[in-house]
Design a protein around this ligand. Structure first.
Ligand code: SF4
Length: 407
């Protein structure tokens, strides 16, 4: 069968594959596994006319537009080495026993098909995953073989995001780190108890967490210049949210570990959406707002030095959906103890709503040149003041402000 037909068939379910950025369909702004989705009318999006024809063709093949770190938009082929799988994860369209047409590529065949698209200017990057056949280790070997063919035989220097199979061996991980720009291991659930309800043939610690630990170990023990392009690849993971009753505390305690201990670049939250002919087909879809609050909190861990215990969980262990978690923290902690912008350390500035890593840097720089004594001084620095005003002091005084919206 022609490679193009296989890609098209696999693409029919790839938007459901819990692994990667999505396409031009109305979609989450941040995709499950590593890239941010291009919003419909963002500056990086192709024009509307092009979307209707060319994009329809791209989508049919599994090509989507991802926004890379730094903001560049990249057409990326998202596909599988095989859509057959011997495992039976309850949420997955590729699970064993589900009735639909499966396809398998040989490594050379897939590499060649990708390079044809690449040379035609249709794609710049590849996300490559696979169903599991003859065990994880053999499947990982085939993924590695494909990556090697691309890098060595075809001299492909572009972006490669390679999926790590559950239980991949250390030597395989190390090899993957010399070939890929990004690696991902999807945990799917925050602990072994929840995973048993979602993917009963996966083993949480040994098969999913362990590879991420080994990748971090290699990063710490060996010099980065051994990695692809002279640096070790970034790692990401993903959770399916809302399928098996897990709480935000469960998800975020594992997220905090992944972010702070294993230095994952990003953890993705994919709200559960039922798929026909799977054991969870009658389960309701998760509220997408839950994903927003989880992302906000994960960024507070990664970039703002907040800890799990500081988050505003309710008695059931979930975040309120109606307020940004940083704003909720500030309401509880800064309203009566505002931050003096002329004296605060960087980590205290970062706790103020409306001040992120960039603005904290701007404020620290500006303080070296003079006092910040009114909101206008902040506006002149390009800092919006509506959100921060209730929680700061300027030269010992509270600035006058209007109440902000709690979004
Ligand atoms: S291992 Fe699970 S998630 Fe991965 S393709 Fe197979 S059934 Fe789907």
């Amino acid at each position: 069968m022609e490679a193009i037909v296989k890609l098209q068939d696999i693409a029919l379910n790839m938007h459901l594959e819990p692994a990667e950025e999505t396409n031009f369909n109305p979609a989450p702004e941040v995709a499950p596994c590593g890239q941010v989705v291009t919003p419909r009318n963002s500056p990086g999006s192709p024009p509307a006319k092009m979307r209707r024809s060319a994009v329809a063709k791209q989508e049919a093949l599994g090509i989507s537009h991802a926004v890379m770190p730094g903001g560049k938009t990249m057409p990326m082929l998202k596909t599988l080495l095989t859509s057959a799988c011997e495992r039976n994860c309850y949420y997955c369209p590729f699970r064993a026993g589900r009735n639909y047409r499966r396809h398998t590529f040989q490594p050379e065949e897939l590499a060649k098909a990708f390079m044809q698209l690449y040379r035609a200017g249709m794609v710049e990057g590849l996300f490559l995953s696979s169903g599991i056949i003859k065990g994880s280790v053999a499947t990982q070997d085939r993924l590695l073989e494909t990556a090697e063919i691309l890098r060595q035989k075809y001299q492909f220097k572009g972006y490669l995001h390679l999926k790590v199979m559950p239980g991949a061996e250390k030597a395989q991980l190390r090899q993957a780190m010399t070939l890929a720009d990004r690696l991902s291991v999807n945990l799917e659930a925050p602990n072994d108890r929840r995973l048993a309800l979602l993917a009963p043939k996966k083993v949480f610690l040994e098969e999913l967490v362990r590879p991420l630990q080994l990748i971090e170990q290699i990063r710490q023990e060996e010099p980065g210049h051994l990695g692809w392009n002279g640096r070790w690849p970034s790692t990401v993971s993903q959770f399916v949210v809302g399928a098996v009753g897990e709480t935000d505390v469960e998800i975020l305690s594992t997220t905090e570990y992944l972010t702070k201990q294993l230095h994952l670049k990003r953890v993705y939250f994919s709200p559960f959406s039922p798929i026909h002919d799977t054991p969870l087909e009658n389960q309701p879809a998760e509220n997408p707002m839950r994903k927003v609050r989880l992302y906000q909190t994960s960024f507070l861990f990664r970039d703002y030095d907040f800890g799990l215990e500081e988050m505003p969980f309710d008695q059931q262990g979930n975040l309120p959906l109606n307020i940004d978690p940083k704003l909720a923290w500030a309401e509880a902690n800064l309203q009566h103890d505002p931050v003096e912008l002329n004296r605060a350390e960087r980590q205290d500035l970062l706790r103020v709503p409306g001040i992120g890593p960039k603005h904290s840097h701007t404020i620290l720089n500006a303080r070296r040149k003079g006092r910040l004594s009114e909101l206008n001084h902040l506006r002149q620095l390009g800092i919006a003041t509506k959100r921060l005003a209730p929680y700061v002091l300027l030269d010992g005084k509270r600035p006058s402000y209007q109440l902000p919206l709690k979004l």
